[in-house]
Design a protein around this ligand. Structure first.
Ligand SMILES: Cc1cc2nc3c(=O)[nH]c(=O)nc-3n(C[C@H](O)[C@H](O)[C@H](O)COP(=O)(O)OP(=O)(O)OC[C@H]3O[C@@H](n4cnc5c(N)ncnc54)[C@H](O)[C@@H]3O)c2cc1C
Length: 401
């Protein structure tokens, strides 16, 4: 038996290695990672406590050893031979596999303007360390991209006493994944904190001391960070002849176009029941896909059907979004003290919920909303809007019905 091999020791790959053991699989498990460290969490990189970036490992070396996971850090896999079912590592070694999981994640999208090489990325621990080692109080930073990571970084650097500018091509920040009401609240909070926004504008050039916008405006910056999204890391899969598009294409069971290879996490684009493929870029998605993939590698036939969920922390505000809150859905608002929840109804059925409040104050409500979504119910919108109606009671009556 050659066993199970996982390429990529990020959130998905590491979770899959342990999940293989949780299924009772006792053959060889090999986890390969291009980065030199123990597997670590990425979300804390843009939310460092006291402005000091710390590595939060996913597991210890002892835990990997105790689980019998052969961890090979700091060596990229450079080739997959699907016919012979073997991998070539960067140091010349080869590994045979029975079943292979691709968990190669994503890479920062690169700017194409003149001086683009001056911009720092924020994806790895090394990236975060490079940014925070230069982020001095009184200095200035220009962040290109007003998405979740750019806005989180802006909050942390502003609190650290930097002058912060965000340059965003769209007319508003956070337009992609965050419901409009909460995107507007977060934008307003950044303005209150003194972050400067340059919206609806492209970048002409990155000079040594400024970002020059398309209209010639100079935005002074000691540091420039590019946070314009990521592209799935499909290079290895594509070179091996697997089907790739915006991600490594899988069926609903997370199997790629090769029956011995599965994919999970940021790199994977999963077939959807109503056609097409969808890629999710979030921490919980990486973990839940990894768990499904591990079970399917060991003989199960489970479709991946978890409800998408992500969070973002900016200043003392916590955002949580469960499901996919599409703009065409009916929105029901529930105001709650200093925060608010939005519920999204598709033809009456609850399909998504989002909340913005202080810290994790709305976490319980979002958890209950997730359970209501999973129960597939069509609640009375008046009940959803009324803060006096307990979501737990709604769930109970839905289950009883
Ligand atoms: C700064 C930051 C903040 C974030 N904050 C949040 C948040 O608040 N909430 C949230 O839900 N999500 C957040 N995310 C997203 C979340 O961290 C990712 O969705 C998650 O890490 C994806 O896990 P993954 O294992 O699919 O990919 P990754 O974590 O990218 O891991 C992939 C690994 O594969 C390795 N690899 C690639 N190619 C090879 C190869 N050929 N050989 C060997 N190894 C290879 C890479 O080096 C990498 O270590 C954040 C991400 C970042 C970068």
């Amino acid at each position: 038996m050659n066993g199970m091999v996982i390429i990529g020791a990020g959130e998905a790959g590491t979770r899959a290695a342990f999940a293989l053991r949780e299924t009772g699989f006792c053959g060889p498990v090999t986890l390969t990672g291009a980065e030199p460290h123990l597997p670590y969490e990425r979300p804390p990189l843009s939310k460092p406590l006291d402005g000091a970036v710390q590595m939060k490992t996913i597991c210890s070396a002892a835990a990997l050893k105790a689980a019998g996971i052969d961890y090979l850090p700091g060596v990229p896999v450079t080739q997959i031979d699907t016919a012979r079912r073997h991998l070539l590592l960067g140091d010349g070694r080869t590994i045979l596999y029975d079943s292979l999981l691709l968990a190669t994640g994503a890479r920062p999208r690169r700017l194409a303007c003149h001086g683009a090489e001056r911009a720092l990325d924020l994806r790895t621990f090394a990236d975060a360390a490079a940014i925070f080692s230069r982020a001095n109080a009184g200095g200035s930073v220009a962040i290109i991209g007003g998405g979740l990571i750019g806005m989180e970084l802006a909050a942390v650097l502003r609190v650290r006493g930097m002058s912060v500018s965000i340059i965003e091509a769209a007319a508003k920040p956070l337009g992609r994944a965050v419901p409009a009401r909460f995107a507007a609240s977060l934008h307003a909070r950044h303005l209150e904190e003194g972050v400067r926004f340059h919206l609806g504008t492209g970048v002409g050039e990155i000079a040594s001391d400024a970002v020059v916008l398309a209209d010639g405006t100079r935005v002074p910056a000691d540091i420039v960070v590019a946070a314009i999204g990521v592209v799935p890391d499909t290079a290895l899969a594509g070179a091996a002849g697997l089907a790739v598009s915006n991600g490594i294409l899988t069926d609903a069971f997370l199997r790629t176009s090769d029956p011995h290879i599965l994919a999970a996490g940021d790199c994977a684009a999963i077939a959807q029941p109503d056609g097409g493929h969808m890629r999710f870029e979030s921490w919980r998605n990486a973990r839940s896909q990894a768990e499904t993939a591990a079970r399917n590698m060991t003989g199960a036939s489970e479709t991946f059907a978890a409800i998408p969920w992500f969070w973002s922390d900016q200043y003392d505000l916590g955002l949580q979004v469960a499901g996919l809150p599409l703009p065409e859905y009916r929105i029901v608002l529930r105001r709650l003290g200093e925060g608010a929840l939005e519920f999204y109804l598709d033809g009456g059925r609850l399909v998504a919920a989002a909340g913005l409040g202080i810290g994790t104050s709305l976490a319980r409500e979002i958890k209950l909303a997730e359970m209501l979504i999973a129960a597939g119910i069509s609640p009375d919108p008046a009940n959803l809007a009324d803060p006096a109606v307990n979501l737990k009671a709604l769930l109970k009556s839905a289950r009883a019905a």
